[in-house]
Design a protein around this ligand. Structure first.
Ligand code: NDP
Length: 475
């Protein structure tokens, strides 16, 4: 076996002179190695801050695993896992209702397929660039591994802004996007779903175009489909419900329960709405939710039917909810939802929406637990503050894995030409979320960080992906 100081290795991999040798059990050298890998990721992916952040969080958890498993270092599994298998970037030309031509940029990052076909959503938002998609694809690889289901990780999207666009414009954009992306998809190759800005309507237009291009009704190529044409019950609800199930498990560990707790849920999209729904079913009171313009505070508890009417059916702003609700519901434009006192918090809008200052407000306001519905919504300093305050903290790749889990169940139903009942599918979701919680908790305990779901989730998912990569050889 060649050592890491071997000049052949250094030349082959371009390692700096003095690149540390891995010695089994030597934590100092492991930390140096991880730091070196992180620096290399930053220099190979300049300007992609969210990707760097996501990689850093995972690498910071892996020391104890590498100390026990030197072959992972020898086989350069971490470096391989940090490099997407494929990155696809394409132009998306489309014409608006006035006849003006627009060109957006489309992305699909097929990150890792050691465990199964690439699986992960599409995001349509003006902020999307390669770094966003790469960070989401990286996270997705580990999240999907945690579900225990046979799915690899990928993510895609576009800098297209659907806000204010007509139905016809949305359809034309989706069709142009799929015309290009269809070549790289397939039920055994890559299976996208929704994310921010991509819901059931967009999945319908994307699927319709895929069907036309391929001349096949290949149901398993997209998930999040409508119930009448290949979709699964509980998919729409899955991410929000799953986050609440994960929260319930964290609370159980502390002898607490959801019933009677005061909660806040940021965002008011798919994940947020179904988080509110499950919390209310379990007897909690949700007093605030938001969109990117501001938040509503509703002391009596959010009126779920009104929220769905405003956000799902009318696609209006959250301020409209407060206007119609009356009776003390307040809209705070540019307000900070994290200043609202609560016991349970569910950041469910977007990445880095909750910073260290917000985390301090939550701690002061009596928060005892946080479950991330969104992907990486808490900044690293916020996570540190939660952990120092001994708040139960469920990171996104564990707490919001319910969505992709039910997507995988949708793929199973499509493959068998079958449809399951709501009760059966929700029960499967509940079991998966409880298993993810147990896996994270047990792994954290085994590797010396009891109660640390960040470390537990990162180590458990890394081990699953890494073992599959080793078994498949250098491919
Ligand atoms: P939606 O598009 O349905 O809703 C997104 C919500 O977040 C909206 O209320 C939106 O407000 C708000 N939001 C978006 N961007 C920003 C921003 N930059 N600042 C403040 N608020 C913002 O998306 P989803 O509910 O599907 O996704 C929410 C989060 O959950 C994302 O992080 C996504 O990656 C993650 N996720 C989603 C899954 C799913 O199944 N859908 C699965 C797992 C994770 P506005 O309307 O003003 O933009």
């Amino acid at each position: 076996m060649r050592s890491r100081r071997d000049p052949y290795r250094q030349a082959k991999y371009g390692l700096p002179v003095g690149f540390p040798a891995q010695r089994n059990g030597d934590h100092v050298e492991t930390a140096e190695l991880l730091e070196e890998i992180y620096r290399s990721v930053v220099s190979r992916n300049p300007g992609e801050a969210e990707f760097h952040q996501a990689v850093r969080e995972v690498l910071d958890s892996l020391g104890p695993v590498l100390a026990k498993r030197p072959e992972l270092t020898e086989q350069r599994v971490i470096e391989r896992i940090c490099e997407p298998e494929r990155q696809i970037i394409f132009g998306v030309p489309w014409e608006d209702d006035e006849g003006t031509i627009h060109i957006n940029r489309g992305f699909r990052v097929q990150f890792n397929s050691a465990l199964g076909p690439y699986k992960g959503g599409l995001r349509f938002h003006p902020s999307v660039y390669l770094g966003t998609v790469k960070f989401l694809g990286f996270e997705q690889t580990f999240k999907n591994a945690l579900t225990g289901l046979p799915i690899g990780g990928g993510k895609g999207g576009s800098d297209f802004n659907p806000r204010g666009r007509s139905e016809a414009e949305i359809m034309r954009f989706c069709q142009s996007f799929m015309l290009e992306l269809s070549r790289d998809l397939g039920e055994y190759r890559d299976v996208p779903a929704g994310d921010i800005g991509v819901g059931g309507r967009e999945i319908g237009y994307l699927f319709g175009m895929y069907k036309r291009i391929t001349r096949q009704y290949e149901s398993g190529v997209l998930t999040g489909k409508g119930l009448g044409w290949g979709g699964s019950v509980v998919r729409k609800e899955a991410t929000g419900y799953g986050a609440v199930y994960f929260m319930r498990e964290m609370l159980k560990e502390r002898g607490e329960e959801i019933e009677g707790k005061t909660c806040i849920v940021s965002g008011s999209g798919n994940v947020a709405i179904y988080t509110v729904e499950k919390l209310q079913q379990l007897g909690a009171r949700v007093v605030a939710c938001s969109d990117s313009d501001g938040y509503v505070y509703d002391e009596r508890g959010i009126d779920l039917e009104l929220l769905k009417q405003v956000k799902e059916r009318e696609r209006a702003r959250i301020s409209v909810y407060a206007d119609r609700r009356g009776g003390g519901a307040r809209y705070l434009e540019d307000g900070n939802i994290w200043n609202v006192p609560c016991q349970l918090a569910f950041p469910s809008a977007t990445q880095n929406e909750l910073n260290g200052h917000d985390a301090e407000s939550l701690v002061k306001g009596g928060c005892i637990a946080v479950a991330e519905g969104a992907n990486m919504p808490s900044t690293p300093d916020a996570v540190q503050i939660f952990q120092e305050a001994r708040i139960a903290f469920g990171l996104g790749k564990a707490a919001n894995a319910g969505g992709v889990a039910v997507s995988a169940l949708e793929m199973q139903q499509n493959a068998r030409r079958d449809t399951w009942t709501f009760e059966y599918t929700e029960e499967r979701l509940r079991q998966i979320m409880e298993t993810i919680h147990r896996t994270c908790a047990d792994t954290a305990e085994t590797y010396g960080s009891p109660g640390n779901y960040v470390r537990g989730a990162n180590m458990a998912s890394f081990i699953r992906v890494a073992d599959a990569m080793l078994a498949l050889g250098l491919v």
